[in-house]
Every structure is written in structure tokens, then in C-alpha cells.
Design a protein around this ligand. Structure first.
Ligand code: UD1
Length: 338
């Protein structure tokens, strides 16, 4: 079976490529490298012994995407391609709506033209919005996202759901990720954000490696056990295995279904910092600051649907996630730019 990973050179896409290859899929990657490094391909080859076929294209460009389908028998698509920086999406909403909607729409249209049936979408727990109370279950009404990036995830979920309802040949799984951290245990691939990281773990690892002075903890007056925000951190390799199971499922079913990929367990910012310090032996200086606009107090998954439908459960512990994030950053202090 051949699977196309749009945005497959990115953080989650590259880890998914490894697990898809390990599971026996032929992996094709399409990525414009606007937020990823070509070195990922060398690293994938080192880890798996297989170099995925690679197209450097913007998948929103129909003329560039069509030949990929013409030249390969593609059985399914995992769609990662899209912009993901929350603060940037607030400043440049049109850029986010244009890119994220175009990449999804063009991919779905070309799939339809070539009779490609299975679609797995990289969605986010951000679709649960501010009003639902954790643990989040997939049948909760999706909320209003707090930023344009999140709204693109909501819109694409709707587009995919409508497309699958209208076309009984399309089968779609909407994967709602909680907070992916960690890295491949080899330390060869990992998260390499451009500029100052927005997310907690890459910020912590950059403090640990001496690139940033201290971590700002965004508020300690939330209604949580220690006052800091609670999230469901999930190892990116567990997340990647969830994609393999989702593709297996999509190839065998019809219709569309949303599935949470989380551990079902929340950890606070301070718990993550403590786990990281224990795993790395490095102290993380921190300063408590104001809350970050748009943040909610508590977000964690009800992960039972993934277990029931996909037979999938997260396995890695928070300490292992921290150890692997540190192993990656420590061996690649400049990400892929060494
Ligand atoms: C964020 C996005 C979410 C997106 C996800 C992708 C926001 C508001 N939400 O989720 O839409 O799907 O990333 O990975 O940006 N924290 C600090 N200091 C930091 C960074 C984070 O204290 O320097 C805290 C946050 O307040 C939060 C927790 O750490 O409580 C996790 O933050 P982060 O890693 O940015 O993820 P989310 O906000 O959950």
C-alpha cells in the first residue's frame, strides 16, 4: 500500500513516515520545505533503511500535485501540510485561511479525481474550544477556536465531514492531537521550530541547551492543582503509531470519524518542568508571568475511542517524553542546521 504524506518532512509527519515504513507502507512525501529541512530525508533513511520518494511541492498547487497521483498508485493520504503558528495566525489570518484551506481542498479534489479513498487529517484538540470541560470526548460539540489557526482546523474538519457524507468512496479519520512532545529515540529527528518557540517543550529544551535564559510560566492562578495550565502531553512516536492505525482503519471503512490522540492524563507546566529536570539532570530557571491570551486551564483527552476503534493506546511516560526531547535537542542544538 502506498501512502502520501503531505507536509511529511515536518515534526509529526517525519515521525509518522518512520512508523508507516516500519508497518510496511510505501511512503511518499510531498512538502514545500517552508517549515522543514531536506535533511529529514537523510535521517529517515538512516532510521528505516528506506528513503521515501520525495516531491518538493506546495500541495495547494494543483498542477504540481496532480503528477504525484498520476505517477504513483496512491491508496491513502495523511494530510499534515499547513501553517501551525498560533500567534502568527492571529497577525496574518488571511495567510492561514488561504494556505490551510487551499492545501486541504486541493488535496481532497485531486484524491477524488484519482479515485484515492482514504484520508487522515491532522486536526487538534483546539477544536474543543473554551467551553467544553475535560476530559474531551469526540461527540462534544466543537467549540469556537480561540485563534485563526484553530479555526482552520475546525473548518477543514467540516469540509472533510461533508465531502465524506457526499462521496461514499471517501473514508476519513480526523485525528485530534493533544500536545505532542518527545522525539524519535534515535535522536535523529525531532521538533525544530523556526525562531522563538511558542510551545512549552521546545522552549524548555532551548533553555536547557543554553539558547534561552529562562522559561516564562504563563500564569499560576488557574483552577488547577498547582495553578499552572494542565495539558495532555503525548509522545510523538505514540502519535505517529496512531496515524498508522488510523490509515489501516480508513482503508477498511467508509464515512468519517473524529478520534482523539492523547494519553487521557493531564500534567501541569510545573510537573513537566520537574519531569524534564529529572530526565535531563539540567535545572530550568523559571519566571511566573501573566496568563497567555487564549489559553485554557485544563485540556486532556478521553482516549477511549482510539482504543475501541483503532486498538491504539499511548505507551510512553512523561519522563520518557522529556528524555527523548532532551536527547534530540542535546545532539542537535541548532535543530537540523548543524
Ligand atoms: C498550543 C496552541 C494550540 C495548538 C498547539 C499545537 C495556543 C493558545 N494553543 O496548544 O492551538 O494546537 O499548541 O502544539 O497557542 N506554556 C508556558 N510557557 C511557555 C509555553 C507554554 O507556561 O513558554 C504553558 C501554556 O500556558 C500551556 C502549556 O504550557 O499551559 C502548553 O502550552 P503549548 O505547548 O503552547 O500548547 P497549548 O497551548 O496547549
Amino acid at each position: 500500500m502506498s501512502v502520501l504524506l503531505t507536509g511529511g518532512a515536518g515534526f509529526i509527519g517525519s515521525h509518522t513516515a518512520v512508523e508507516m515504513i516500519k508497518a510496511g507502507y510505501d511512503v511518499i512525501i510531498a512538502d514545500d520545505l517552508s517549515n522543514a529541512s531536506p535533511k529529514v530525508l537523510d535521517r529517515l533513511e538512516t532510521i528505516t533503511g528506506v528513503r521515501p520518494k520525495f516531491y518538493r511541492i506546495d500541495v495547494a498547487d494543483r498542477a504540481a500535485l496532480e503528477p504525484v497521483f498520476r505517477d504513483n498508485q496512491i491508496d491513502g493520504v495523511i494530510h499534515f501540510a499547513g501553517f501551525k503558528c498560533v500567534p502568527e495566525s492571529t497577525k496574518l489570518p488571511l495567510k492561514y485561511y488561504r494556505n490551510n484551506l487551499d492545501t486541504a481542498l486541493t488535496t481532497l479534489e485531486v484524491m477524488e479525481d484519482y479515485g484515492c479513498k482514504a484520508f487522515v487529517f491532522s486536526s487538534s484538540a483546539t477544536v474543543y474550544g473554551e467551553k467544553n470541560v475535560a476530559p474531551f470526548t469526540e461527540d462534544m460539540p466543537t467549540g469556537t477556536a480561540t485563534n485563526p489557526y484553530g479555526t482552520t482546523k475546525l473548518m477543514i474538519e467540516q469540509i472533510v465531514t461533508d465531502a465524506a457524507a457526499a462521496n461514499d468512496k471517501l473514508s476519513a479519520v480526523l485525528l485530534r492531537y493533544f500536545n505532542p512532545i518527545g522525539a524519535h529515540p534515535s535522536g535523529l529527528i525531532g521538533e525544530a521550530p523556526n525562531g522563538v518557540p511558542n510551545n512549552l517543550m521546545p522552549y524548555i529544551t532551548q533553555v536547557a541547551v543554553g539558547k534561552r535564559e529562562h522559561l516564562s510560566v504563563y500564569g499560576n492562578d488557574y483552577p488547577t492543582p498547582d495553578g499552572t495550565g494542565v495539558r495532555d502531553y503525548i509522545h510523538v512516536v505514540d502519535l505517529a503509531i496512531g496515524h498508522v492505525k488510523a490509515m489501516d482503519y480508513a482503508l477498511k471503512h467508509t464515512g468519517s470519524v473524529a478520534i482523539n490522540l492523547g494519553t487521557g492524563k493531564g500534567s501541569s507546566v510545573l510537573e513537566v518542568v520537574r519531569a524534564f529536570e529529572e530526565a535531563s539532570g539540567v535545572q530550568i530557571p523559571l519566571v511566573i508571568t501573566d496568563r497567555r491570551p487564549g489559553d485554557i486551564a485544563t485540556c486532556y483527552a478521553d482516549a477511549s475511542r482510539a482504543k475501541a476503534l483503532l486498538g491504539w493506546e499511548a505507551r510512553y511516560t512523561l519522563t520518557e517524553m522529556c528524555a527523548h526531547s532532551w536527547n534530540w535537542q542535546n545532539h542537535n542544538p541548532k535543530g537540523y542546521d548543524d
